[in-house]
Write a protein that binds this ligand. Structure first.
Ligand SMILES: [Zn+2]
Length: 406
């Protein structure tokens, strides 16, 4: 037993009576039998008060850090104290949560393993069932990220993302200023979004000044219902992405068809899609710049939609509302008179939403925060795929966006 004693000082308030080897589900295990040290102060796990009497005790089996590579189980009586203010409550211990089936140090070690490896790898290393490892991780995430914290939140951004291969969706709501994920829920309808707003106090609803989003009627209606004072701001990233798909994508295909008989011209257009969709400042290689110039010079329609993309983005960069409005008017006119059908159609559909674009100049919401979050969620999903546990997946997302300084 001496070779284990260095492990025992952790069990504050308890002493180890015996160590045995046993056959567990996955082979050898160590079983430590513990007993409370007599004469120690009893504390209530609910309020921390000192208590004078033990109410009752139940035998509890708890998992601890592996010992010499083998799983370690603790057998101990868990006591309930008689708290003067709370009544019977579990005794507070520094190393074991009130209802935990594993020690705090196992939870901490597991969390540190999971920052560098998958659940399967960590469970192999700990000699524990993968469901146990996931349970430990989920418990920690729930404790740290489970509650809705609206402290200091004034600007929101909301967005949807696909959960499973594009046919199930979830909504994510973030604090725009700190990029902290506040809330995630299944679905994207008004009813599915409502639990977030219902969880807010009247004061918290009033403190929301603006909400950035894609052009999405359900989101907008819910914001208007619960936070009527908040301004709706359309996110640049979504509008430009839509423009890329519906206008540039369409015109590129039409242009390639127009020059069908001219093989090199067709090849030039087909090979330039990514250049056309990329921001001009991100095209840095000389060869790419020349190619972009070449394709734009040879195709008037592509040139028009490319230039109008840049001007569309400028709408989000205006210093005041008047400038934004006059830029919009000229943009709309050029789009409608371009003779390019896909462009005119896009402009017509965007026109009713112009208030949400003009309002962007009053709020500094024109970064691509949502784009960045959306991309990182895709990565988390790839890693979390196979858990089949939405709640766990959502907690993982919250943990990945704890927020940065305001
Ligand atoms: Zn108490």
């Amino acid at each position: 037993m001496e070779q284990f004693t260095c492990l025992f000082s952790y069990f504050e308030g308890y002493r180890v009576l015996s160590v045995e080897e046993a056959e567990g589900k996955k082979g050898r295990e160590y079983v430590f039998t513990l007993e409370p040290e007599p004469g120690r102060e009893l504390l209530c796990s609910h309020c921390g008060a000192s208590c004078s009497a033990v109410h009752d005790r139940v035998e509890r089996r708890v998992t601890d850090l592996p010992v010499f590579g083998y799983p370690a189980r603790l057998l101990l009586p868990r006591r309930r104290v008689l708290c003067p203010s709370c009544g019977p409550r579990v005794e507070a211990l520094s190393w074991l949560g009130p209802n935990a089936r594993y020690t705090n140090r196992l939870a901490e070690y597991t969390a540190s393993l999971l920052s560098a490896m998958t659940i399967q790898e960590a469970s192999g290393m700990l000699g524990l069932d993968w469901k146990t490892v996931r349970g430990i991780d989920k418990g920690r995430l729930q404790r740290d990220f489970g509650a809705l914290d609206m402290h200091g939140v004034k600007l929101l951004a909301m967005d949807e993302f696909a959960i499973h291969k594009g046919h199930r969706y979830a909504t994510v709501i973030i604090d725009y200023e700190t990029r902290r994920v506040l809330w995630i829920g299944k679905g994207r309808t008004r009813a599915e979004l409502r639990p977030f707003f219902e969880a807010l106090s009247p004061e918290q609803r009033v403190q929301i000044q603006a909400v950035a989003m894609d052009m999405n009627a359900s989101y907008e209606l819910e914001v208007q219902k619960f936070c009527p004072q908040a301004e709706i701001v359309y996110d640049l990233y979504h509008v430009v992405a839509k423009y890329g798909r519906e206008v540039i994508g369409r015109v590129r295909v039409d242009e390639a068809n127009r020059v069908r008989s001219d093989k090199p011209a067709r090849k030039l257009i087909k090979g330039s899609t990514w250049l056309l969709l990329r921001n001009r400042e991100n095209v840095t290689r000389e060869a790419d710049k020349l190619r972009l110039e070449e394709v734009l010079k040879a195709n008037a329609a592509l040139m028009t939609v490319y230039v109008l993309k840049d001007d569309l983005k400028n709408l989000w960069k205006q210093a005041d509302e008047k400038q934004a409005r006059s830029l919009w008017d000229s943009w709309l006119e050029r789009a409608m008179e371009s003779g390019i059908q896909a462009l005119a159609k896009f402009a017509r559909r965007l026109a009713p939403y112009v208030e949400g674009i003009v309002s962007s100049c009053r709020w500094k919401l024109n970064t691509s925060v949502l784009e960045g979050i959306n991309n990182r969620i895709k990565v988390i999903k790839r890693i979390a795929y196979g858990y089949r546990d939405d709640e766990y997946f959502f907690l993982k997302i919250k943990a990945a966006f704890p927020g940065v300084g305001r």
